[in-house]
Write a protein that binds this ligand. Structure first.
Ligand code: DGL
Length: 273
């Protein structure tokens, strides 16, 4: 199959979290176009079964394929944990998740080999970070903690709120006592709570946001497959945003965190795919 190197990259998440990954792609691979899909009608994925998350992911991929993307970034840890291996086997275009890049950074950063992972119930329950980390260094101890209330707090825009800080203290207390020196933000929504998590965990714990490393990995993968965008024509709208519900709310949120003015967000019927 001949893939068009000037086609966009597809990026998806259950909602706004994947924007933290899209943001890094925009910063680090500025020539790449993006089609973003946020499944705002069906968020959260973290409390859903593996079968459901696989079904949702496949629908989104069918939609992204219709947009003729040249590669897909699964910018959701839960979908990466449950569906990535399966999807990879079903597609001819490159597909990348967010878990392996984050695990690689954490393995190289930890000194005391005690790494914490926070994420959704689905991601933490899958134990997938631990299996990547142990593959990289079998001495690493992994301490996981699901923080299910973080996603609705982020979706609500309560990024700097005393209630969010209170919730963070409750969730992270356990990790504070476990002497970790590195903490993976294992849900793409969580980098938006970085300052709160930093306040709770203190300066001595290294916070790993896998989004940056994922963008670099995407660049490496596109280069290896000779798929880096070489187009010189400046597109008026290089980034397109689609959601399954509440397009205006999404657009306002996206505009508050992206280094780019989002002109339009379109709602589509994802159940049709
Ligand atoms: N942002 C997603 C993740 O990285 C999913 C959050 C959710 O929908 O529960 O896991």
């Amino acid at each position: 199959m001949k893939i068009d190197r000037n086609a966009p990259v597809g990026v998806f998440d259950s909602g706004v979290g994947g924007l933290t990954v899209a943001r890094e792609i925009m910063r680090n691979l500025p020539s790449e176009k993006i089609v973003y899909f946020g499944d705002t009608a069906r968020v959260p994925y973290g409390s859903k079964s593996k079968e459901t998350v696989i079904r949702y992911s496949r629908q989104i991929i069918r939609f992204l394929q219709e947009q003729q993307v040249k590669a897909i970034v699964v910018a959701c840890n839960t979908a990466s944990a449950f569906a990535l291996d399966l999807i990879k086997g079903e597609l001819e275009i490159p597909v990348l998740g967010v878990i392996e890049p984050g695990a690689r950074v954490a393995a190289s950063e930890t000194k005391n080999k005690r790494v914490g992972v926070i994420g959704t119930e689905g991601t933490v329950g899958s134990g997938i970070h631990a299996s990547y980390l142990k593959r990289l260094d079998k001495e690493i101890q992994v301490i996981g903690k699901a923080c299910p209330l973080f996603v609705p707090l982020v979706e609500e825009g309560w990024l700097h709120d005393s209630l969010t800080t209170e919730v963070a203290f409750r969730y992270l207390k356990e990790l504070q006592e476990k002497d970790i020196d590195t903490l993976i933000l294992g849900c793409t929504h969580y980098p938006l709570l970085r300052s709160t998590i930093r306040e709770v965990m203190g300066e001595n714990v290294r916070l790993v946001n896998p989004a940056y490393e994922t963008a670099l990995e995407l660049g490496r993968l596109l280069k290896e497959k000779d798929l880096l965008n070489t187009g010189t024509k400046q597109e008026k709208f290089p980034y397109k945003f689609y959601v399954s519900d509440l397009a205006d709310k999404f657009k306002d949120f996206a505009n508050s965190i992206l280094p780019y003015d989002v002109e339009m967000t379109k709602k589509i019927d994802i159940e049709r795919y």
